[in-house]
Design a protein around this ligand. Structure first.
Ligand SMILES: N[C@@H](CCC(=O)N[C@@H](CS)C(=O)NCC(=O)O)C(=O)O
Length: 232
């Protein structure tokens, strides 16, 4: 059976990692049985979560994991999308993961009022002194990543302005459809739910969260996915 290696659950959401939530949601949407195992990034094959183990194989990176599931389990949720629809879906996934995700990371790792909750959620299980050292080091690394990606070179106001533009675009695209691409779930829905659940339902207060809460189509979308796939 597939084992999904991901962060331990906290905050009453599927996972504090949008990428772990994405894979778990895809598994649920596709009806593929799996087990979860708590993991930490330093022990992951590529130093990031999630990864899966299945049938003697290890696959890392949510995009490659989903490709594997499509082939190995004949579970292609994107089957039936036309080439232009596939292109739109891909573009929105990149918007979510390569842009909006970094604005969300800023809210968690850089905003001083959110740092204690983030630190506790990720490092709370470590002994106090070790926790402070590891958290300090990880925070420094993440700051470097946000800077390297480029978003971190903007002011905080600009970062959230850009993130809010992404949210508005997602909201306009899902509109009153059941799922992003129509009546049935696709990879884009798993990807969007992964990040939106992390913006809407965590104890991290930011202009991103306030804006997402004001976009009723996005809120309704997330509630719909939770209702259908996360009754437990
Ligand atoms: N492209 C990867 C991104 C995964 C990723 O960024 N995971 C984060 C958690 S959200 C992580 O493990 N970060 C740990 C680190 O950077 O040390 C995917 O799609 O799986």
């Amino acid at each position: 059976m597939i084992v999904l290696h991901q962060f331990a659950r906290v905050w009453d959401i599927p996972n504090l990692s949008p990428f772990c939530t994405k894979v778990e949601t895809y598994l649920r949407m596709a009806g593929i049985p799996y087990q979860v195992a708590d993991a930490v990034p330093p022990r992951a094959p590529k130093g990031k979560l999630p990864y899966i183990t299945d049938d003697g194989q290890t696959i890392s990176d949510s995009r490659l994991i989903i490709e594997y599931l499509k082939v190995r389990y004949h579970a292609d949720l994107d089957q039936g999308l036309t080439p232009p629809e596939l292109a739109e879906s891909m573009a929105f996934q990149r918007l979510i993961e390569d842009d909006l995700h970094w604005a969300m990371m800023w809210s968690r790792w850089s905003q001083p009022h959110n740092w204690p909750a983030n630190k506790e959620a990720i490092f709370g299980k470590f002994p106090p002194l070790l926790r402070d050292v590891i958290a300090w080091w990880a925070r420094r690394q993440i700051h470097k990543e946000i800077w390297g990606q480029g978003l971190g070179r903007n002011t905080e106001h600009e970062i959230f302005h850009i993130g809010k533009q992404d949210l508005t675009a997602l909201s306009a695209y899902v509109a009153d459809k059941t799922f992003f691409m129509g009546d049935r779930p696709t990879t884009l829905d798993a990807t969007a739910f992964g990040l939106l659940s992390n913006i809407l339902w965590c104890p991290i207060e930011s202009p991103l969260k306030t804006h997402a809460q004001s976009l009723k189509t996005l809120v309704a979308f997330c509630e719909r996915v939770r209702e259908r796939y996360y009754k437990d």
